[in-house]
Design a binder for this molecule. Structure first.
Ligand SMILES: [Cu+2]
Length: 462
């Protein structure tokens, strides 16, 4: 919270860039995508400065758009051209466990020079993303992520389908990624690593053209390490149709809150000249992209017809629910005095100084070797999460989507299922899911610094 304002470096002279993402073709024989993680330069500022110390997939920022249809396989050969191990997580996908991309839990890390073949069944449509899941607090912050869209025959008809991947980067005065601040104990014990430069699809305040009168689908994806975006939409009425890839009850919305890892799908009828997107999370509106009506593209008929959506599924039967309490403590200004780490009870100061651990679930510092609960396959589970810390946390469950129940009716529980849910400081949420996917699944904070310093454990479903 210390650096609330984005830097103003190179604020002038930024040229409009397209919102359109590069897509990579698939090799015809086996429908195989290829991603190579490597060091690359990204034009984050947009004036040609070039941020040279990025790590990207296929030298693209964000990584290439991967697009498949529901029911297909996603086959991706990931080559590690970095000098450090990596893996790829397919965020929000109800994946088979050995393809989930969590190093040391679901697969060995992909070592430098190695290639790993991910074969992911796609059982649900919607807006997802992929990102590094090894030292993600650094690898995602350097740009190792990209969008993953799964189409469905039932998708609402639109004239344009735009994906907007939003990120904040911490850049130094030369426009380079601020290397020195990686691993800052202050960030790890507070809100996480906040950036000072906002990009949408890898550039600043991009603009894209649309047919006047078009119906648009906007797919917003947050790739931030820690910042909670609030994206305000001016110039048209937006209807929220899906969150975290899953259909929700359609509702009109002016500001979309996106915690790290979350997605929101909107339908917008373009009946004016332009649509302006701004991040208003800091109190000072910050440009986040524009959609401009261009008569040269020809007129599109606004379909004033209602948006046909399937209803979100009703919540699972809770009569035989297995309740798992998750008491989250730790961090700065919290009430955690000591916690168990590798079998020893240690004071928080020792944990912080000697082990860089700051957070605990139920008095135990979390990591991928800690089992939070063993769950029978098919069981209905409620994670009763109490955020007993001074910070919000974006809790992400691998391999499943959950319904969200909250005590406070004004807190606005979603109508559909989520894979990532923001829990405010001092509040509680009940996350309900059917454990119908066997394997070892992480439940962790998607503020990536928090995950690295204790906010994550394993749910073993068998
Ligand atoms: Cu957190």
């Amino acid at each position: 919270m210390q650096r609330r304002d984005f830097l103003t470096i190179a604020a002038a002279g930024v040229t409009a860039a397209s919102l359109n993402l590069p897509a990579i073709g698939r090799a015809n024989a086996s429908d195989l995508y290829r991603l190579k993680a490597g060091k690359a330069t990204a034009n984050l500022i947009g004036d040609g400065t070039g941020s040279k110390n990025c790590w990207l997939y296929n030298a693209s920022c964000p990584g290439p758009l991967l697009r498949r249809r529901k029911g297909e396989m996603l086959n991706v050969a990931v080559t590690n051209d970095l000098s450090t191990p990596t893996t790829v997580h397919w965020h929000g996908i109800r994946n088979i466990n050995e393809m989930d991309g969590v190093a040391h839990l679901t697969q060995p890390p992909i070592e430098p020079g190695e290639t790993f073949l991910y074969e992911v069944p796609l059982t649900e449509s919607g807006t997802y993303w992929y990102h590094a899941h090894t030292m993600s607090w650094e690898q995602v912050a350097r740009g190792l992520y990209g969008p993953l869209i799964i189409d469905d025959d039932d998708d609402p008809a639109v004239n344009h389908d735009f994906t907007l991947m939003i990120d904040d980067w911490r850049l130094d005065q030369d426009g380079q990624i601020d290397d020195a601040s990686f691993g800052s104990l202050h960030d790890w014990s507070h809100a996480g690593r906040f950036g000072n430069w906002l990009t949408v699809n890898g550039t600043s305040d991009p603009a894209v053209s649309a047919k006047p009168g078009a119906r648009l689908r906007l797919r917003l994806i947050s790739a931030a390490n820690a910042r909670i975006f609030k994206i305000k939409i001016d110039g048209a009425v937006a209807t929220l149709i899906a969150e975290d890839g899953a259909v929700c009850r359609a509702e009109q919305i002016e500001v979309v809150t996106l915690a790290p890892g979350q997605r929101a799908d909107l339908i917008i009828d373009m009946d004016g000249d332009s649509i302006i997107l701004q991040d208003v999370s800091t109190g000072t509106p910050y440009p986040a992209g524009r959609i401009i009506a261009d008569p040269n593209l020809g007129q599109a008929e606004i379909s004033k017809t209602p948006i046909n959506l399937a209803a979100p599924p009703p919540i699972a039967d809770l009569t035989a629910v297995k309740v798992i309490d998750v008491h989250m403590q730790g961090g700065a200004m919290g009430n955690l005095t000591e916690a168990i780490f590798n079998g020893d009870k240690l004071p928080l100061g020792t944990l912080a100084r000697e082990h860089k651990k700051l957070w605990a679930f139920n008095g135990i510092v979390g990591d991928y070797s800690q089992t939070l609960a063993e769950i029978q396959l098919g069981q209905v589970v409620a994670l009763d999460v109490f955020n007993d810390t001074a910070w919000p946390h974006a809790m992400h469950l691998h391999g499943h989507h959950f319904w969200v129940l909250v005590d406070d009716p004004t807190a606005g529980a979603p109508s559909g299922r989520r894979d990532t849910w923001l829990i405010a400081a001092g509040s509680r949420a009940r996350l309900v899911f059917v454990a119908d996917n066997p394997g070892l699944w992480l439940f962790h904070c998607h503020m990536l610094e928090h995950a690295a310093s204790g906010m994550g454990m394993v749910l073993a479903v068998s």
